[in-house]
Design a protein around this ligand. Sequence first.
Ligand SMILES: *Cc1c(COP(=O)(O)O)cnc(C)c1O
Length: 239
Amino acid sequence: MSEYSVSDSLAEVRSEIAEACKRAGRNPADVALIAVSKTKPVSMINEAMEAGQTLFGENKVQEMCEKSVELQDTGAVWHLIGHLQKNKVRKAVAVAAMIHSVDSLALAAEISKEAARIGKVQDILLEVNVAEEDSKFGLSVAETPDVAKEIAKLPNLHLCGLMTVAPYTPVPEENRKYFSALRQLAVDIASQNIDNIDMCCLSMGMSNDYAIAIEEGATYVRVGSKIFGERIYTTEGRV
Ligand SMILES: *Cc1c(COP(=O)(O)O)cnc(C)c1O
């Protein structure tokens, strides 16, 4: 047993999710918690699984694939939440139940092609850089509807909604406007009734601000450090 208790942290996050749902008059069943396990060992993922967590998020394809092999037949479900390069699409499609980080038509086309090859319809989200941060990946709000329309024509994809990574801020309330903008964008796209597009999934909110994201309509929250503890990077800063 490690000193740090994943199950205690998980319980705390779950209860905060329930409270945020209550405040917002939402059904907690409509908010899925993605435990972001990047950089964390399989032993900690096992602790989370013992506490009933099955949905995990990774931001690197290689790491997701390695962990999925170690944890095969355990019921763990993997979502890819980090930037995806075209040359890693084959591996990503083989493992990920959902890819949150689709940010171009070319990438979507490649995903559809690889999904077709293995007879899969890949669930995806479009990543939108709502806050227009230079450092972030993602489509602009303005270009997203047209890209969504084109993606809807690809045969082996199912576009399920939108995702955003809000800025890091010590004042989480400041991100409310970005969450509400993402939700409004999803409503606008959904109102165009395009075949093969759902806009029911909104992936937004991280350790710092997931309660606010839930109040603004998140259906997936991606929580890492609040569950598994701070990440230690040797060469990079905060990712
Ligand atoms: C790392 C990461 C998270 C989780 O971040 P925390 O602040 O540790 O909760 C969520 N989303 C993405 C895309 C990430 O890369």
